[in-house]
Design a protein around this ligand. Structure first.
Ligand SMILES: [Zn+2]
Length: 275
């Protein structure tokens, strides 16, 4: 199968990184999901770094990090396969995998607390291995947002669009300190938000919630990171606010402290506010 060819994996990753770098991205985080077997390879991070190195030939400022995606579905028969993916992520943490992205199903209605308990246990193991934790929740309903905020070690929530629909949820999101990964195009295209103007990203910013701009599913949503920043600019975010999204993204990134510090220093050099 094509996923077994190392050169194929390097080329695919390099394409993704190059697209981000061409848009001016200095840090690209790539999420590897269940469909790809790449994560199960012991040499996965070596292939990933080779792709990064190749793209750095043209874009020397680019850094890239990889994260694993773990979808916990309600069918218990499928959990062992997901746990093997978790085990692979834990092994890859030693080679520099940055983090894991959890999603617990059913996604749009409250999931079984027992499945969340499994997610909490797994997140604990991931955190112990040094992996960053992000959780997809609140994309199409308020369901599971409160449970997602209780994941041990969670520092980022993917989407959280519906947090804005409930004042108490918005407040607990703000109190959690978690960064919200906003994917404007994806949210509008998939119907999580009725329009760009109605997307709650401004409410997040006003509530003091660190927000970032992301592509989420760039191929499905036909978007690029440059387009996401252009949309935010069209929504009225000022250049300083756009820089703040980038600063939030660097601060919340699943990268090494040395890379984070270097990126923040670069950002200050561009004239961003200090801090
Ligand atoms: Zn998503």
């Amino acid at each position: 199968m094509p996923g077994d060819d190392p050169e194929d994996i390097i080329a695919k990753v390099a394409d993704l990184l190059e697209e981000g770098a061409a848009d001016g991205a200095v840090l690209v985080e790539v999420r590897f999901g269940a469909a790809g077997l790449a994560l199960m390879r012991p040499d996965f991070m070596a292939l990933f770094r080779e792709a990064e190195r190749r793209v750095q030939g043209r874009y020397p400022r680019l850094r890239a990090e990889a994260i694993g995606y773990l979808g916990l579905v309600s069918d218990p028969a499928r959990l062992p396969a997901t746990e093997r993916q978790l085990d692979a992520c834990l092994r890859l943490a030693r080679d520099g995998l940055g983090g894991v992205d959890f999603r617990v199903d059913p996604y749009d209605t409250e999931a079984d607390p027992a499945l969340w308990a499994t997610a909490y246990r797994w997140a604990g193991r991931a955190g112990d291995a040094g992996l960053g934790i992000t959780v997809h929740a609140g994309e199409f309903s308020t369901a599971n947002l409160a449970a997602a905020l209780r994941v041990p070690g969670v520092t980022r929530i993917g989407h959280a669009v519906y947090a804005a629909a409930d004042a108490r949820l918005l407040e607990s999101l703000a109190r959690s300190g978690a960064t919200v990964e906003c994917s404007l195009s994806c949210n509008v295209i998939l119907g999580a938000a009725p329009s760009y103007e109605a997307h709650p990203i401004r409410q997040f910013v006003e509530a003091g919630i660190p927000a970032t701009l992301n592509t989420d599913l760039p191929v499905h949503a036909c978007t690029t990171i440059g387009r996401e920043y252009a949309i935010a600019a069209a929504l009225g975010f000022t250049p300083a606010e756009l820089l703040a999204f980038t600063r939030n993204a660097i601060q919340a990134s699943f990268t090494t402290p040395a890379r984070r510090a270097a990126l923040l220093a670069e950002l200050r050099a561009w004239g961003g506010p200090a801090g």
